[in-house]
Design a protein around this ligand. Structure first.
Ligand code: FE2
Ligand code: FE2
Length: 532
């Protein structure tokens, strides 16, 4: 059999998994992973095993979108049960870690009353000793700081739990990944390789740089002629992809790829924000895809640590192209605020740079400044978030992601520092989920429902967005990061109607801007703009 160099097909989908669950960013840091294991995954699996039909009907109910329901139509209960039992047996140390975090919280609540915390070190659960520092805030509220970097070097960060699941995709429809574990089937190739393996980079490079099948099999540890090999071979093609045409003009070109993902090219510098890419297949909705990105991306910027902005599925596939990955710097050690720098470094990204608020970075006539991003995190103390201001020649573009303008004074201060901004990109998902939807597993005591409902993951509404547009005297306003692209349903679980508040409020902003001669639109699907 000939062994010609082959390309990975453009519609090969890769799902990064941890113990069969979709690897979103809280499943990597050991402490948040442990809490999600016991408080999300095991609970969902237990519930499915007892009442699979309840899950099957809830998944069909649009009001329950994004809820804790397994999307297997009430079937495959035995496999879920086997997964639950295997997880409990193999990850018993993570179960213990989750309980230890809970016990430490309970101990601090009961015993830390403003006096020295030193005597309480004796009561820190044994497995947490040396991994936490006990602290008060200035109002004597006790808490603990996790020494995260050490945690990644402990048995609690187990790379052997990581895998990649490959399949061919031809459509947007996918189950919501936070609630449904991925079970094997005959159309999936399961690669038991950790995320930091160089094989990951070479494999995805094969989308544009071919390799021999024999070499690929050996690299992936798939020897012999089993069915996985045959399937993998069907994911390869002799047909090279269309070569990428970089922007070589003297201005700026930006392209919208969906959600908060935007590629900017100017003066030989390429930048991409919050990469979430669609695969390449036939669809009624025109879009840029994996096939439309440069061979080298100079800077990738992440705005914040939500699953629709830090997407390993995309990041792992483009890691081989990224020269520098800029993330908001934070090392608070707070359970709810894992360090993105550490998380990505431990997942095999070698070129991660943390950026602070008001820090500026320059390269070949382009400047990137990190700006404060407030709100949208249920009032939790989370520092891992940044908006970015990009200046290229006479052009300035502000990527504010899900910033919620809960304090307009901030933007007054920022305007004084950075001046007017030509274009702003702002998320207006102003009916965000309640705190517990994302952070619930981290809580160790019940949050009253009314409190939970009041503390949401909401972006700016009309008034809040309008005030930012006015403050920076923008010439263009783009509403983005709305989760509307159907190829992102698997991480977003959003379906708006014309009456949904984010749509009504963003329509008001667009109308407001247009009345004042400000170009405005809600981005959807794809968009290309050339600035001269
Ligand atoms: Fe967000
Ligand atoms: Fe978002």
């Amino acid at each position: 059999m000939s062994d010609e160099p082959l390309y990975l097909k453009q519609n090969v989908q890769v799902e990064p998994l941890i113990d069969r669950w979709y690897a979103w960013s809280h499943l990597l840091p050991p402490a948040t992973a442990a809490r999600n294991l016991t408080e999300r995954h095991l609970k969902i699996m237990d519930s499915y095993i007892t009442t699979p039909q309840v899950h099957a009907s809830a998944v069909k109910n649009p009001k329950m979108l994004g809820g804790p329901f397994v999307d297997y139509g009430g079937k495959r209960v035995d496999e879920i049960k086997a997964l639950r039992d295997r997880t409990k047996a193999e990850r018993s140390h993570l179960l213990e870690l989750s309980k230890a975090l809970q016990d430490l919280d309970t101990c601090l609540r009961a015993k830390a009353k403003g006096y020295s915390l030193q005597p309480l070190y004796a009561e820190v659960p044994e497995i947490l000793k040396g991994y936490v520092e006990l602290v008060y805030d200035l109002n004597n509220h006790p808490s603990f700081r996790l020494i995260e970097s050490l945690f990644y070097r402990s048995k609690y960060y187990d790379r052997s739990a990581q895998s990649l699941m490959l399949s061919l995709t031809t459509r947007d429809d996918r189950p919501f990944v936070l609630s449904t574990p991925r079970l094997e089937n005959e159309n999936l190739v399961d690669l038991r390789i950790p995320f930091d393996s160089p094989a990951v980079d070479r494999l995805f490079q094969a989308k544009s740089s071919p390799m021999r099948f024999g070499e690929m099999k050996e690299m992936l540890g798939l020897n012999g002629n089993g069915s996985a090999n045959k399937l993998l071979r069907s994911f390869l093609t002799e047909e090279p992809p269309q070569p990428y045409q970089p922007y070589t003009g003297s201005g700026v070109r930006w392209r919208y790829f969906g959600h908060a993902c935007i590629l900017i090219e100017t003066g030989g510098v390429s930048m991409m924000f919050d990469p979430v890419l669609s695969y390449t297949y036939e669809s009624d909705i025109s879009r840029y895809t994996y096939g439309d990105i440069p061979d080298v991306i100079d800077y990738v910027m992440i705005t914040h640590n939500h699953q629709d902005h830090v997407l390993f599925e995309t990041l792992l596939q483009i890691r081989n192209k990224i020269k520098c990955l800029i993330v908001p710097r934070s090392s608070s050690g707070a359970l709810q605020d894992p360090s993105l720098e550490l998380l990505l470094k431990n997942a095999g990204f070698n070129n991660v740079v943390g950026m602070d608020e008001m820090e500026e970075f320059k390269d070949r006539g382009v400047s990137i400044t990190g700006l404060p991003f407030i709100g949208e995190h249920s009032d939790l103390n989370i520092g891992t978030k940044l908006a970015y201001l990009v200046k290229a020649g006479p052009h300035s573009l502000l990527f504010a992601a899900d910033s919620c303008n809960i304090e307009p004074k901030l933007y007054e201060h920022l305007h004084r520092e950075v001046g007017d901004v030509d274009a702003i990109f702002l998320g207006m998902e102003c009916d965000g989920a309640p705190l517990s939807w994302l952070y619930g597993p981290l809580l160790t005591q019940r949050l009253e429902r009314s409190m939970d409902e009041s503390r949401r993951l909401s972006g700016s509404n009309f008034e809040q967005a309008r005030s930012i547009v006015d403050q920076f005297r923008c010439k263009q306003a783009y509403v983005y990061a709305m989760g509307q692209e159907p190829w992102l349903n698997y991480i977003m679980s959003i379906k708006y109607t014309g009456d949904s508040r984010p749509i009504v409020e963003s329509n008001r902003l667009i109308e407001y801007c247009q009345q004042r001669g400000i170009g405005a639109e809600r981005l959807f699907g794809e968009k290309e703009i050339l600035l001269q």
